[in-house]
Design a protein around this ligand. Structure first.
Ligand SMILES: [Ca+2]
Ligand SMILES: [Ca+2]
Ligand SMILES: [Ca+2]
Ligand SMILES: [Ca+2]
Ligand SMILES: [Zn+2]
Ligand SMILES: [Zn+2]
Length: 490
């Protein structure tokens, strides 16, 4: 109202000063002016008006946005809904929430002192959500390509189209508990794995150091997931690893925890872990994020590199005096792999298999996997794709190594490549219990094709199955690099 009155005052002054009155008493307008003030202002014009999505569930929301020229006021209305958000007369964005099913017209009316413009759009509120994932059947177009909220590409009859344990509606809209998953980069058509990391800084056993994962460690772990051949309903392969180690933006969950002695008493099952998680892990992340705790050690004097639920969402990476990026990244993959139901032999507990080319195997956890068909490792952070040949330890053809003809390997170490030898290729303490015997047929496993994302509890904490707790091997001395130097912190 203030603007309008001010304008009229200026216009009146202008007119009386510049224009003479005609003999009939009317005022002759100059070019571009008609009689009176009607067209003195440029006309209001609604250039764009859109609503997304155009089909919502009862109680759901749609975003109405517009672009308007020359208006001083715009009002969006309709749907019997509650409206909120910006009412800027040029570029407005408002959210409308509508409770009752029906077909509605949402209107936009914009005006200035001398003109106005209107537009309207139809919105349907329907309870047709066959899979109950908070996305209406009409927007779940099942194309495998996400376009927008009207065309999500997801399956209307599958609440978790990409099988990552996160429901389509949560991935597209964010969760009902206010976790903004879209802002974090989730994709409803690609598997996402979300990890929050909290850590200790300490100077136990070695010079002062931080257990916070560095950007390089995170990048290395992320690359392994991203570059994997894991199939998705969309065109992308690989798993999208989303890490919150307190790097900023929407990722402020990861944080340093002050602890008296750098040790998590009783590990993952203890009250200290539970209490730290309760105090440092936002409750609305339950059911979505895995919680990675990075202490110096657990169980006071344990030399174990970590602990994890199988399947589940809790894990510990405890690498006391290690500083290697590779060992950190590999161990993050290893413990996360347990959360995703991988075992030390892939789908069995038989450890140290030279032909199970995965950081899940203790043969490869610290040195990384072998990428050139020789069982000594090549430092690669990866799970297995299951392409190595079976090894029958009662009848090994050394001409075939782990990859087949052309890749010989001297299993019994006698400097001769033989076509049939009997040798134990994975001797270790628990071998008989975990492999069934000392001489067995060892098999690779396709980790990437079999990740199980069902270990996340519900947001209320309910679990599909009670998890096993897997406790890891000690870190060999050769990997304990921190002595007198300070671990780089980032
Ligand atoms: Ca649905
Ligand atoms: Ca769906
Ligand atoms: Ca999903
Ligand atoms: Ca996803
Ligand atoms: Zn430490
Ligand atoms: Zn393990």
């Amino acid at each position: 109202m203030v603007m309008k009155r001010t304008f009229i005052l200026i216009a009146s002054t202008f007119l009386s000063a510049s224009l003479g009155a005609a003999s009939d008493g009317s005022v002759a307008p100059p070019d571009g002016f008609t009689n009176g003030f009607e067209n003195i202002l440029p006309a209001v014009s609604i250039n764009a008006f859109s609503v997304l999505p155009t089909v919502i569930l009862p109680g759901g929301s749609a975003t109405v946005s517009w672009n308007v020229s020359n208006a001083v006021l715009c009002t969006a209305s309709g749907g019997g809904g509650t409206w909120g958000g910006s009412v800027d007369p040029v570029t407005g964005i408002q959210i409308v929430t509508i409770d009752s099913a029906g077909n509605y017209n949402l209107g936009l009316s914009c005006s200035n002192a001398t003109s106005n413009d209107q537009a309207s759009l139809a919105v349907t509120v329907t309870s047709a959500d066959s899979d109950g994932d908070r996305l209406a059947d009409a927007v779940e177009t099942n194309t495998g390509v996400y376009v927008d909220l009207n065309n999500t590409g997801t399956n209307p009859f599958n609440a978790d189209t990409d099988g990552d344990g996160i429901r389509d509606g949560d991935e597209v809209l964010g969760t009902l508990q206010g976790l903004d998953l879209p802002a974090m980069g989730v994709n409803p058509l690609q598997k996402d794995l979300l990890l929050e990391y909290d850590w200790f800084d300490d100077s136990v056993d070695c010079s002062p150091h931080s257990h916070r994962p560095t950007a390089a460690i995170i990048a290395r772990a992320s690359a392994a997931f991203t570059n994997s051949p894991t199939q998705n309903p969309g065109s992308a392969t690989g798993v999208n690893l989303i890490s919150d180690y307190g790097q900023g933006g929407v990722f402020t969950g990861g944080n340093l925890i002050s602890d008296a002695n750098g040790v998590i008493d009783n590990g993952i099952s203890g009250t200290e872990y539970r209490n730290y998680k309760a105090a440092n892990f936002a409750s609305n992340r339950n059911g979505y994020f895995h919680y990675v705790f990075m202490p110096h050690r657990y169980n006071t004097d344990s030399t174990s590199s970590g602990q994890a639920e199988l399947p589940g969402d809790d894990l510990i990476v405890s690498l006391y005096c290690v500083s290697s990026e590779r060992v950190y990244a590999n161990t993050i993959l290893h413990e996360a792999g347990h959360n995703l139901s991988l075992r030390h032999g892939g789908n069995d507990n038989c450890n140290h298999k030279p032909n199970y080319n995965s950081v899940m195997s203790y043969k490869y956890q610290f040195p990384g996997v072998d990428n050139n068909c020789t069982p000594p490792a090549n430092g690669v952070t990866d799970f297995s794709i299951g392409d190595r040949i079976d090894l029958d330890e009662n009848n090994l053809d050394e001409n075939n190594g782990t990859c087949g003809p052309g890749f010989p390997y001297d299993w019994n170490g006698n400097n001769t490549i033989e076509s049939s030898v009997v040798t134990n290729t994975n001797s270790y303490g628990d071998e008989e219990a975990q492999c069934g015997d000392t001489l067995t047929t060892l098999r690779d496993y396709d980790d990437w094709g079999n990740l199980f994302f069902g270990g996340l509890p519900s947001s209320a904490g309910a679990r599909l199955t009670p998890p096993e707790i897997i406790t890891e091997q000690p870190v060999p001395d050769e990997y304990l690099e921190i002595t007198t130097e300070t671990q780089s912190q980032q």
